[in-house]
Ligand binder design. Structure first.
Ligand code: FMN
Length: 172
């Protein structure tokens, strides 16, 4: 699949079949996440792969989004604040680490789509609870929850704003 096609056709999918995702696919998804740029190439991001039923149930509850637990695999992309702060101080801690994790997430979503699998960027969740469920260290912040699963859903593309509305020339 061409890159531009993957970018245009990717959709947030919120219903998954029970069929498991092959380990090699999960590995490739994370490898492509790691291909993303990062500030100072510090790769201030970590990935937690969750397949245990009970843990997925608790994560879904912490997000109040039940469909998450139906995914055979859930990947939580985390910002490693300490890794970036060592070199960049507050800007690394509060911005670059989050950007490193976010840009990896988008690579992962495109990879997932291109391999015929589905996912959805989950950003709304109780951070404290997710940290506790995953036993995350103090300096690691969960940024995105990615439920990964096969699906037969093919949602219609939600509309996007016209470029005229969002593009500014020279200044605001
Ligand atoms: C920062 C961020 C947070 C999001 N959080 C959620 C979420 O918690 N639950 C959910 O179902 N979708 C979530 N989404 C997915 C958006 O709803 C979705 O991307 C948007 O409606 C556009 O649809 P599309 O992804 O199919 O293009 C989130 C997306 C982003 C980028």
């Amino acid at each position: 699949m061409e890159l531009s096609e993957a970018i245009e056709k990717r959709r947030s999918v919120r219903s998954y079949k029970e069929k498991e995702i092959e380990d090699e696919k999960i590995r490739e998804i994370i490898e492509k996440g790691q291909c993303a740029p990062s500030a100072g190439n510090l790769q201030a991001r970590d990935f937690i792969v969750v397949e245990g039923k009970e843990k997925k149930r608790r994560i879904a509850k912490a997000a109040s989004q039940k469909f998450i637990e139906k995914a055979p695999t859930v990947i939580v992309v985390c910002a490693n604040k300490r890794r970036s702060a060592k070199k960049y101080g507050d800007r690394g801690r509060n911005l670059y680490a989050i950007q490193d994790a976010s840009v990896a997430t988008q690579n992962m979503l495109l990879t997932i789509h291109a391999m015929g699998v589905s996912s959805c960027w989950i950003g709304a969740f109780d951070e404290r609870k997710v940290k506790e469920i995953l036993n995350l260290p103090k300096n690691v912040r969960p940024i995105t929850i990615l439920p990964v699963g096969y699906s037969d859903q093919n949602p219609k593309p939600p509309s996007r704003k016209n470029l005229e509305e969002v593009v500014h020339k020279e200044e605001w």
